[in-house]
Design a protein around this ligand. Structure first.
Ligand code: B12
Ligand code: SF4
Length: 512
């Protein structure tokens, strides 16, 4: 498959067909003259991550054999560490090809990862990877490659971190073509771009985040990149529109753009005006984005709505001020969300509030405040509930470990809780009290339930011990809402097999 005499890289994206990182890396390898191939190894399914079957591993190994790469790159998040480890052992045993790991886990834990991988890349890989190939090709020393970790003799060496790219426009656009791509999933290998049948395209305008919440990967990266360039960076409008035009051209079913930045539209007034002027004519599809509460201004949202903004996702995280400030390090968000919920009565932008549950330090008061805050908000809205997973290296995980609230075995990478419980689903085992609060959180978003009734239920001692009536109400109202959401998506052409595979399983019904 590799006709050039340059070193050939196979990049494996684990459980993530939407992975932008590997598409960026493919393009930067092409620009540097190095051939590459992308293998999407299994699709991500919410709360249903299961290790690959033996048949899938065999398919992968024989595919790799057939293309015969010189280097295999694997991108992984912490939670997928056990799968990456076992796969790497198999690949090295059976093929003897060197393996490079990249992504957030090797970025945070380079030495531990070098136990299994031959090389690791810390942080952004667009220059590190071609530089590694160049040095391997020429037999030059690896000691000068910023961001690389490698083994020498019996030692593990980790070079200094590469400064952050300050000009994101200088990076090539992610590769969206069909060639040199396969998906292995459901014990089958399919050629071509796996996201092409989807109706949604995710784009990243920025890298980094202006904030540093304690439970998030940004709390790791901010520390690591101190002094290595501006942490929060964004692309020009032109550069973003070029990528979107390419996606529209290549993906015939595309109906919706998801601007998937950690937090969007804090790029300044000039950027916003240019975007609003050019987007409708150049792309024109409805879009959604994530917006940090601090940026929820009426003026911004009005302008965006006029050019196609349909949905926003807002990190509420907790209705308890104590949890928000002490545990999660997010300040002054409650007032902004309350204000937004009021002016959104006129704007009518579809809104989802992200809420975290299962915080082990949440008191009864925190949990009551959580529900009370949601009851106060103007409806309609949706809530996406997330179960707190302890991601290694974040400020929150470090603190909970130091205080003995959690054990190292509960941290993702050792624990695999997030394989089964990421977006909260109702099949996960919970105590009666947990079910009581969970049901009320979900019910608070249903406009047909009077707020006075919700407040009464919140005070009921009986329901707290016997939450089954609330539970039944929640399941039935959630089922109705999910049916309605599915119908809306169907009518808008957004309900594809791709989405159904990721989210739709009745036994794993998720919060809406
Ligand atoms: C989009 C997204 C998803 C999508 C698609 C994920 C995918 N991998 O395809 C979906 C919804 C499926 C998803 C699922 C999950 N996600 Co997610 N997701 C993201 C998000 C928002 C964007 C990722 C992205 O494309 N970034 C843009 C690209 C350009 O950056 P990048 O991926 O970091 O890649 C660069 C470098 O890391 C490096 N690199 C990456 N891979 C490789 C490989 C090699 C060989 C090399 C050399 C370099 C390299 O070079 C790239 C270019 O510079 C991130 C947050 C974020 N902003 O990064 C969270 C994030 C990655 N997700 C996270 C989590 C926890 C998950 C889930 C585990 C949740 C769950 N339990 O189900 C799953 C895991 C699935 C998976 N395979 O990753 C966490 C990971 C934290 C951690 N420490 O592990 C993040 C960081 C969010 C957070 N706030 O903490 N996710
Ligand atoms: S605002 Fe979101 S992405 Fe940014 S640090 Fe906080 S949780 Fe992470």
């Amino acid at each position: 498959m590799n006709s050039s005499d340059k070193p050939f890289t196979a990049l494996i994206s684990l459980y993530g067909t939407e992975n932008a990182g590997c598409r960026y890396l493919y393009s930067s390898l092409s620009r540097a003259g190095y051939p590459a191939h992308l293998v999407f190894f299994k699709e991500w399914r919410n709360n249903d991550i299961v290790p690959p079957s033996e048949k899938e591993i065999r398919l992968l190994i024989s595919h790799l054999k057939s293309i015969s790469p010189d280097l295999i790159g694997i991108g992984l998040v912490s939670t997928l560490f056990p799968i990456a480890r076992d796969l790497t052992i198999r690949i090295k045993d059976e093929l003897g090809i060197p393996v490079l790991w990249g992504g957030i886990h090797p970025t945070g834990f380079p030495v531990e990862c070098l136990e299994y991988a031959d090389y690791i890349c810390r942080g952004e890989g667009e220059e590190t990877l071609p530089e590694l190939l160049h040095c391997l090709e020429k037999g030059e020393s690896l000691s000068g490659i910023a961001g690389l970790g490698y083994k020498e003799g019996g030692d593990k060496k980790v070079n200094p971190v590469r400064p952050l790219f300050q000009d994101l426009d200088s990076l090539p656009l992610p590769y969206l073509g069909d060639d040199n791509k396969v998906l292995i999933d459901n014990e089958r290998l399919t050629e071509g771009e796996p996201i092409k049948p989807g109706a949604e395209y995710r784009i990243y305008v920025s890298r980094g985040c202006p904030f540093s919440c304690a439970y998030c990967y940004n709390s790791i990266l901010r520390r690591m990149y101190k002094g290595l360039g501006k942490y929060y960076r964004f692309r020009s409008v032109e550069n973003v529109l070029n990528e979107l035009e390419e996606a529209v051209r290549l993906f015939p079913r595309l109906r919706f753009i998801k601007i998937d930045d950690d937090t969007s539209f804090c790029y300044g007034d000039e950027w916003l005006s240019e975007f609003c002027e050019k987007y409708p004519a150049r792309v024109g599809l409805p879009f959604g984005c994530l917006i940090h509460p601090k940026f929820l201004s009426r003026d911004l949202l009005e302008k965006l709505k006029a050019v196609g903004l349909e949905r926003i996702q807002v990190g509420l995280e907790s209705g308890s001020r104590r949890e928000i400030e002490d545990d999660y390090h997010r300040k002054d968000t409650h007032v902004k969300i309350k204000e937004f919920s009021e002016f959104n009565r006129d704007l009518k932008i579809e809104v989802v509030y992200d809420v975290i549950i299962d915080n082990p330090t949440a008191s009864e008061e925190d949990r009551i405040n959580q529900v009370e805050y949601l009851i106060e908000l103007e409806r309609p809205f949706k809530v996406f509930l997330y179960s707190l997973n302890y991601l290694p290296g974040t400020e929150l995980t470090e603190k909970l470990l130091a205080e003995g609230v959690i054990t190292p075995d509960e941290v993702e990478g050792k624990s695999t809780k997030s394989w089964r419980q990421f977006r909260v689903d109702f099949s996960y085992p919970r105590s009666a009290e947990d079910r009581f609060y969970l049901a009320l959180l979900v019910l608070s978003s249903h406009p047909w339930i009077p707020k006075s009734l919700l407040r009464k239920w919140l005070k009921s001692r009986y329901l707290r011990k016997h939450p089954w009536p609330l539970w039944i109400l929640m399941i039935s109202s959630n089922t109705a809402r999910m049916g309605f959401v599915a119908l809306q998506m169907l009518l808008r052409g957004e309900l594809t097999i791709f989405k159904l595979r990721q989210y739709a399983r009745f036994s794993r019904m998720i919060s809406q």
